[in-house]
Write a protein that binds this ligand. Structure first.
Ligand SMILES: *[C@@H]1O[C@H](CO)[C@@H](O)[C@H](O)[C@H]1NC(C)=O
Length: 370
């Protein structure tokens, strides 16, 4: 029997009992409020509630909920108005946002490859909500893509210029409903032009420079762009291309499907692209065979130069390069600066609006670099 007791229970034991009960309560409270024990994360449902004044309104309007697409970082820090997707591409199927506070309710998150510095460092937090898909956004070719190890199996969808990406991105020709007979070739005052903005050796521009150096021995080439001290204002870009009969659509590196705005630009401006890139067959997936000239069509740069000079004198033969215009239309990018990112982000928006299925992208490097 202890010295002090309260209604027959020793005080020591009473204190112990209360302390243990309190502890148990605290632990229960912790698990009850902890997000870990909450039911598996569900996409929060935001219902548009009609306000009380319209109780007699029998047509209960329930807004169709758009999936949320979160842009984790702005590619190359270039910001644009998120409503551009609707105004430029008529894409309006998702709620596009850059507000990270919406992370836990985002259906998909766009992660710009170049902005991932180190595993986890600049990535969205884990674990991700179970319904959420991460999209790997990379528009560069393998030559200009740095491998960041540890992210190969992190994504659900790939976004790239590659046709076999989950979300392939490019401006495409559209077929005309009725043949268009009104196309006029823009006025030309130059034969061959080339706009080069970045000629850093690191970007693998070897082949195109070698070819250019050989070609310019045989035909005069008008050079524009940062690399040649003749900067072009954005609004002069397409008009400059349009004023040349031929435009050198030389890609900075050669990879399957890596056919960029360097090709689409002259097609849409009304100029004949002279292409250096993947094989002709690859180009023909995206444009009619008689809409462009491929450097591989000629044994060397000299014979290409001779052919271009010959077309300069043969109006009818030159005109035939625009026959495809009757059946197809090409359009330029409306925003010039980082246009490809606007198109990419809007295309992703369109994709998440249409595809709700579960998906994993395995070993993206095995796919991308091979
Ligand atoms: C997304 O991919 C990850 C990694 O493969 C996977 O764990 C997750 O279940 C996938 N989620 C969805 C919604 O597809």
């Amino acid at each position: 029997m202890s010295r002090t007791s309260l209604i027959g229970i020793p005080v020591g034991r009473l204190i112990r009992t209360v302390a243990i009960a309190g502890l148990v309560l605290l632990i229960l409270l912790y698990f009850w409020t902890s997000p870990l024990t909450n039911c598996p994360p569900q996409r929060p449902q935001f219902k548009q509630l009609s306000d009380g004044h319209h109780e007699d309104n029998s047509i209960a309007e329930e807004k169709v909920e758009k999936p949320v697409l979160l842009l984790w970082v702005w590619p190359e820090n270039y910001r644009f108005d998120l409503s551009d997707c609707k105004t430029i591409y008529n894409i309006d199927g998702c709620h596009l946002t850059d507000d990270r506070a919406l992370y836990s309710s985002s259906d998909a998150v766009l992660v710009f490859h170049k902005a991932i510095r180190w595993y986890w460092y600049t990535l969205p937090p884990s674990p991700r909500p179970s319904f959420q898909k991460w999209i790997w956004l990379n528009l560069e070719s393998p030559t200009n893509t740095r491998k960041i190890y540890g992210i190969e199996n992190l994504f659900n969808l790939t976004l790239s210029y590659r046709e076999d990406a989950d979300i392939p991105v490019r401006l495409r020709l559209t077929s005309n409903k009725t043949p268009n007979k009104d196309f006029k070739i823009p006025k030309k005052d130059k034969l061959v032009c080339w706009i080069v903005s970045n000629n850093a050796a690191s970007t693998g521009v070897g082949k195109r420079n070698t070819y250019y150096n050989e070609l310019k021995k045989h035909v005069n080439i008008h050079m524009f762009g940062n690399a040649y001290a003749k900067r072009l204002a954005d609004e002069d870009y397409y008009p400059t291309i349009a004023s040349c009969k031929f435009y050198l659509s030389f890609e900075n590196s050669i990879h399957k499907d890596y056919i960029t705005e360097k090709f689409n630009g002259p097609l849409s401006a009304g100029t004949v692209p002279v292409v250096l890139g993947p094989p002709r067959k690859n180009y023909e997936r995206f444009a009619p065979r008689d809409s462009f000239i491929h450097v591989d069509d000629f044994p060397d740069a000299k014979s290409l130069a001779e052919y271009l000079t010959q077309l300069d004198r043969d109006e009818d033969a030159y005109r035939r390069y625009f026959n495809w215009r009757r059946h197809f239309s090409a359009r330029p990018h409306l925003i010039l600066q980082n246009q490809e990112f606007v198109l990419a982000i809007c295309t992703a928006c369109d994709h998440v609006a249409k595809h709700k299925e579960y998906q994993e992208a395995h070993d993206i490097y095995e796919w991308f670099f091979n």
